[in-house]
Every structure is written in structure tokens, then in C-alpha cells.
Design a protein around this ligand. Sequence first.
Ligand SMILES: Nc1nc2c(ncn2[C@@H]2O[C@H](COP(=O)(O)OP(=O)(O)OP(=O)(O)O)[C@@H](O)[C@H]2O)c(=O)[nH]1
Length: 196
Amino acid sequence: MSSRTGVVLAGGKSRRFGRPKAFETHEGSYFYERSEHALLPWTDQVVIQTSLELQPLFPGGKVYTDMEKWRGEGPLAGLYTAMKREESEHFILLPCDVPFLTSEVIGEMIVWKEENGITAPCALKGNGRLHPLISIWEAKDTEEINYLLEQGERSAHRVFLNLGGVSVEAAALKGVTGKHLCNVNTEDEYKKGSLL
Ligand SMILES: Nc1nc2c(ncn2[C@@H]2O[C@H](COP(=O)(O)OP(=O)(O)OP(=O)(O)O)[C@@H](O)[C@H]2O)c(=O)[nH]1
């Protein structure tokens, strides 16, 4: 059983961006690759969780589509699918639209969580809000997430809170800045983030 699996969320519609965000580039790498590379040093494996439409565009590796039942229903369904498919103690989640985030941020989060003995999900807080998709989830919570999905819940934020999730302030982590957390939904946000 591998103890940490990285999950890159790379489905969705990218309506605000106008084309699939996963395949935008920053410094010569696709956005999804940047999330993948941020996770690789800290995990035993990284899986990409995407949609049926986008799956053929990825070059290989473990590229999963969301469970049929919740196809197109958002990031939480993507996380749950990966948790069901892979045996792992911890799931480190990243969206594909945080091109400025680095592996150092993930390392700092893991250390903070372990040092503080947190056994609940843990997510980063910064730029004035919680980032439930920049987070670490526990295999023990898989069935509770399933239950909440079955109840119609689709918000990763509310599920995180429901499971007693603990947030860590970016400012409490060494070297982590607002730029790292910059979430790119539009071309303008990408340009602004690049200037930070
Ligand atoms: N696997 C999976 N990932 C998703 C899904 N919806 C969104 N994501 C991912 O979750 C992250 C946040 O997505 P959003 O920006 O909120 O949604 P989006 O559909 O990509 O973009 P908009 O259409 O502009 O809202 C991104 O990394 C998306 O790729 C989904 O249904 N399944």
C-alpha cells in the first residue's frame, strides 16, 4: 500500500478560461504538469483525474475519468474517484490551475500537518480564503465523502468542513507566498499572477 498518492484535478469545463486550462503553459510546462511535478517529490505516485473528453489528450500514466455516476459533477467527484481507485493512506490534492505553486509548498504542508498531529483533512488558507483543493485528505474518510456525495453534496469546501478539516495559513509556512496560491480561472488572472 503506497502511503501518499498525489491527485491532480484536471477535469471541468474551463468556461471562464475559454479552453482547457490543463493544457495552458507556464515556463514551458503544461499547467497540469506543474501540479504533477509539485506532487511528485512527496508522493509514491501521482494520478490525473479528468473528464472523458480530455482523457485522450494526456500522454499516459494513470489518467482516470470521474466515476460515471458523478461525471461532470465537479472536483469532489474527482477526488472521490481517485480515493476509491488507489490504495493509499493520504491523498494530496491539487487543481491543475495553480501554475505558480511549487513542490516546496506541498512539502511545508506535509511537515506542518505531521508536526501538529493532524489526522483530519488539511487545506491551505491564503489570499483571504480557504483553498479546499490545495489539500491533504485521509483514506479513512473515503466512505464519509461517498455518503455526502450520495446526499447531493458537491462542495469540496463544505465536505472539508464537515470532516473537521483543519486549515493552515500560508503565512505560517516557510517561503509560501500569495503568488503560490494564485488560482487561474481567466487569462487575466494568469497575467496578473505572472506579475506578482
Ligand atoms: N476531475 C474533475 N476535475 C474537475 C471537475 N470540475 C473541475 N475540475 C478541476 O477542479 C479545479 C477547479 O475547477 P474550476 O475552475 O472551479 O472549474 P472549471 O470547470 O475547470 O472552470 P469553469 O468552467 O471556468 O468554472 C480545476 O483543476 C479543474 O480542472 C470535474 O468535474 N472533475
